[in-house]
Design a protein around this ligand. Sequence first.
Ligand SMILES: Cc1ccc2cc(C(N)=O)cc(O)c2n1
Length: 323
Amino acid sequence: DSSLRERLRALRDQLHHHSYQYYVLDAPEIPDVEYDRLFRELQEIEAQHPEWLTPDSPSQRVGAEPLPSFNQVRHETPMLSLDNVFSEQELLDFDRRVKSRLDDAATLTYACEPKLDGIAVSLLYVDGILVRGATRGDGRVGEDITQNVRTIASIPLRLRGEDWPEELEVRGEIYMPRAGFERINALGRETDGKVFVNPRNAAAGSLRQLDSRITAKRPLEMSCYGIALQEGEALFETHSEGLQRLRDWGFLVSPELRVVDSIEGCLAYYEGLLARRDALAYDIDGIVFKVDSLALQAELGFVSRAPRWAIAHKFPAQEEITL
Ligand SMILES: Cc1ccc2cc(C(N)=O)cc(O)c2n1
């Protein structure tokens, strides 16, 4: 049996690697049929030896028995909301307020990223293994959707690389790419007539499923935007370094992430992404600008639940396409 158990471990490692290559890097190394063969072999061994099942096994991606209800989860670190601005002048005011509050704004840089139109979630990893997924809820208490997040292929069941902390809480947005949204609505029209109004609602509806086998069939992805640092833990000095570490550990992070050294740079980024908005594979409803330095973020702090060091610059509402 030890050689069979060894084979199971090898299969798990291989499937994790190929899943990362395919779903996070979009660079598969083997054909799908080869992946499916390895996956079936893993399922056969786990069926013979259920006692060898582990929470990070790739077989967890297909979903589990439906839950009677969702448990509640209290976020160690509250999940923040963002203040909004709607014009260039308001963005310049944000920059002026930031500078007026900093002792020394000489090194001030901003991290820029698209604001994905999905559902904010928090993932908890202990010793590199995904142990919990939760919705934002009211920022302090959310719903436990661990079974559902396990089915999302771009969410690692175990961390890659090394030097991650033994307890890591990752925040991000779960969204449904437009192509996937069109596909499940076409399917819905042909079957139960259930169609979603937009990708955000489709993502929310798919995460609210008590039956994770349904979630497993929905084309969801997660783009990570932050690490909830425990007090005093300083693994890196800037927000953008933190996001690079998340990429090293196997997470999908927006490829549109940029760091600019002035508010004019932020405006150029905003105009650039607004011009490309319809060409993106997913819906965005603005841009998030953050003071990149964690030290300056700490100096700025928060007002109520929204940080003084971050702002969402929203796009004009997209005119609804009347079909
Ligand atoms: C602090 C914070 C809160 C919500 C966020 C939401 C998004 C988003 N919807 O993409 C991106 C971010 O960087 C966020 N950052």
